[in-house]
Structure formats: C-alpha cells, structure tokens
Design a protein around this ligand. Sequence first.
Ligand code: SF4
Length: 590
Amino acid sequence: MTLLALERLTVALPAGADRPHALVDVSLTLDAGEILCVVGESGSGKSITATTIMGLMAPGVRVAAGRVMFEGTDLARLPAEALPRLRGPRIAMVFQEPMTALNPLMMVGDQLAEMWRTHTDLPARDIAARARAALAEVALPDPDGALRAYPHELSGGQRQRVMIAMALALEPALLICDEPTTALDVTTQAQILRLIRELQSRRGTAVLFITHDFGVVAEIADRVIVMQQGLVVEQGAAAQVLGAPAHDYTRRLLAAVPRLTAPAPRAISAEPVLEITGLSKTYRPAGLFRRRRETRALDGVTLTLRRGATLGVVGESGSGKSTLARCAVGLLPFDAGTIRIEGRPLPGARQAAAHCVQMVFQDPYASLNPRRRVGDQVAQRPIAAGTGRDAARAQAAELFALVGLDPAALVRFPHEFSGGQRQRIGIARALALRPKLIVCDEPVSALDVSIQAQVINLLDDLQEEFDLTYVFIAHDLSVVRHISDRVAVMYLGKIVEVGDRVSLYEHPMHPYTHALLSAVPVPDPDKEHARERILLTGDVPSPLNPPPACRFHTRCWKAQSLCTQVEPPLVEVQPGHEVACHFPEERVIV
Ligand code: SF4
C-alpha cells in the first residue's frame, strides 16, 4: 500500500539563491513497511526532499508545483497549524547530528516523556514506563541511567539511539532518517543501521533514508532513488541500481566509491623520515575544569615511516588519531617519548626547518582566514620564511596550477570556492614550503564521493612528483586502504595492530581490526547480505578511565582472564606485521 507519494514536486528557492529550484518535477512513492534510500551528492536535493515532507523548509523555500501525498492528504496544502499534529504521531525524523536536535538543558527522560505529554492523555506513571521501555528497545546499555542523563553525558551513538527512540515513541507510519550515521564511527554506524532495520521490520514502519553512502544503501535499502541537482535521475530495486546502474551519473558515483580493494603495493625507500618512539600525551584539565580527570590520549606509541610512503591511521573517535597528528607536526607538546623527522628530534627539527612538516586539515574552510584572499594565504608562509613577495606570489600561482586550480582565482576569498576547491587550496598551502612530510587529518571526509576521489588522486600524483611522505588519518577504511602503504590501527591511545596494507586488510589478526573491517558497508547488496558481520556491542570506553590491561577487553568476544590482568605488548607476528593481543588470530574479512 502506498503511504507516501511525491507527485511532480517542484520546490523553489528564495531569490538570490544560486539556482531557482531545489527540486524539479520529483516523483517517488514509498510503501508501508519499505525502506527507500535517497542518494546523491551535496546540492542534489535529498535533504530538501525530507524537509518538504516534514513542512520544515527554510524561510523563503516553497512548494511551487506538485503534491506531497501522505495517507491520502496533500501535506503541501495543509494549513500551517495542522502539520505539527502529524509530526511525531504519523511522521517522525532522525537528524544527522542528534546534539543539535536534543535540548542540552533537559534530561533525556524529560525530552522523551514530552512526546507522550504533548500528543496523548497518558498518566505520568505510564509515560515514565514507556520512556524507559523506549530506551530499552533501542538497546541503550543502561536505560535508567540514560533517562536521568543530559545529552552531553552520552556518546554520539547513544544520542542517536535516543533520537530514534523519540522518533518511534508514537509509532509513526513514516520515519525519515537524514544521514543519521554520517557523524558516527563505522562500528557505531553498523549498530545503528541494524537497529533501524530491526525496528522497521518489527513495527512495519516505512523508512525514507537519506544518505550519500552507497555502502549504507546496499546494507539497508529495498529501493533506491538517485538524485542530481534537484532531479531524480534513476530509481529501482537496490540490487538493480547498484548492480547494473542505468544512468551515467549513478555509474560515475559508484565508480568513485573507494572499495576495500587496493592498488598493487609500491616499492618504498628504506630511509626513515618519521620515527616516533614511546610517544605519550596526557590532556590535563586546567582552570575551571581542573577537578576533572586527566585524559591519556596517547600511550607509548611507536611508529616508523619511510620516505615516499603513506602511513594510514584508523580507529574510532577517542582513539588518539588526531592527537598523534598534532604531536607529529609540532602543534601539540607531548609528555614522553621522541619524534624524529629526518633524524632530527622535534621540536628542534621544526624550529631548524619550519618547512619539514606541514598539515592538511579536515575542514579547509575553518583553517583558512575568511577575510584574506587565498593567494595571500598560500604565499604567507614562504614570505615569513624569507622568500620575496613577488617570488612567493609567483610560486602561489604555480601551486594553484599544480593542484588543478586556475591561478586567476588567487585573488578570490575562501567562500567563493567549493569544498573540494578549498581542500585543494589547503594542499597548495601545505606544499608552499616544499615539506618532506605532510600529515593529512581526515582530508576528504567532508567531501562528496566524486570530489574525494579527485583529491585522493591529487595527493597520489603529488607524492609521486615530490617524493612526499604522508601520514593519512581517516575513519574511512576503504579510503585508507586505497592511499596507504602501511596502516596502523589505534584504540584508546594505543596502536593495537600495524602492518603493510595487504597484510593488514587481507590477514588482520587483532579482534578490533576484524570488527572495524567487517563494519565497513560494501556497495553490493549480494555481498553485503552474504558476509559475516562482527557487531561490536557498546561504545568506546571513556579515555578518562580506560579499562586496565588490554583496553579492548570490555568489547572483545575473545577476552579471557589474562586479558583483564596483563597488557598485551605489540609484537611482530609476521615480518612487518605487529599485533597487541594475547590471542591473535588471522581472519578473512569479505
Ligand atoms: Fe581480545 Fe584478549 Fe586480544 Fe585483548 S588481548 S584483543 S581482550 S583476545
């Protein structure tokens, strides 16, 4: 039975927008009990589709033509006061970032209870029982504790479970999920996707699931709609669209998705560029927060990286990846251990040669000054290092051409560029001092998949041309596999496994690596449904209070009493492949 039908829907943008319409002639249907994925890149119109159904469009955005038929009623023509009565009881939505959708000043239990207080006449005692049952249903580990918690006291995955519990509280017929797992780690994403699937099949809810990730589509969708610049370009069963895409745009998007496969290994020089030994870093609270506990972000990290190679670093939030990156470029002081770049210890190496190591950040917009022309920003560091202004500007123009930007654009400001172009500017700026080592901290995670592929290819080409050495930090294991020669897996401030990419991806030995790799969604529904999944339970423990001995033992299905008493050292189990586990075991992850 058709629950939702968009009929030739056209949505107009306010005057002054970069185009007149966000959606043009969009038609789709969603049946009761079905999961329909809407997929596309930024600007494709997928989120505006969701907000139009919910009646939550931004000011100035309006339905110009067509109908939004839900249970036989055209939502686009309902009086303004009628829509809020549908939101919650009949249609509910889960957003990408639950922290912005939850009230930070209200306990979770009160926010959940408000759903029933607003829409039902249930007595307070029944509401309390339902709130607790709702949190138990979404598998929150301690529902009673969560009812009394404020949103900031929960992890990102737990907050998203609370949002799902709130969305499903009144048993709506339609659940709209707008990129609900994009901000989550891959292991938490796998838990949330399974939860949505289970709840959907148990309750028969129809789900409109918006994503940019074809791996997620393969895992969850019954049918798929592909959107490009406000138009539906393809739709069909998930297996058909992913297996035999008919439209050129879908084919290009799928071709750009990095897979858990990789190019052939390269020959690497034996000369070390980066040597990290026994590196430890503790964040000590100060000022108002001095009563809080210390966070041991890095604990005895040892790594070597050879000239011209790329070391990928993966792990969940709180694993210490970004702290490692900032210590390696000299942006953060560390407490113990040594970092040597081309044999010279930091921070002396950095002072002696400011150019030896540079960094590319996740959000180039935040790292660029919005009020300065980009050309001045690329030339700034060479000028500070003694290069003449004219020579630095000429070099900036060369760098722009090198990273695929028009040198004429040097006079523009950061907001005049797209996200992918700004990341190219970030790379040009990092290259300006001709560094030996570049630390890239999640450099492509904010970009659309086709732009990601362009930036990764650019980094590959620049490495070849300038014999650059990279540390590449990312949570996307497929991207890391594509670009890295060696890969280090981090968990709660420690390296638990490190090896060359073939050995680590094809013969992983540590249970945490097994779980990480098996959580990566594969954009092929047949493979996705056939493969064995290792679903980790629970969240990463707090780095404020890490478990003793093996830090992974609270989530490890192989843990034995030894694991809770003795910390496993990082030992070489095969040439170049080191693992920190008392019971390492090779496992093939499909
Ligand atoms: Fe699991 Fe024990 Fe190995 Fe830790 S040492 S990863 S708990 S088997």
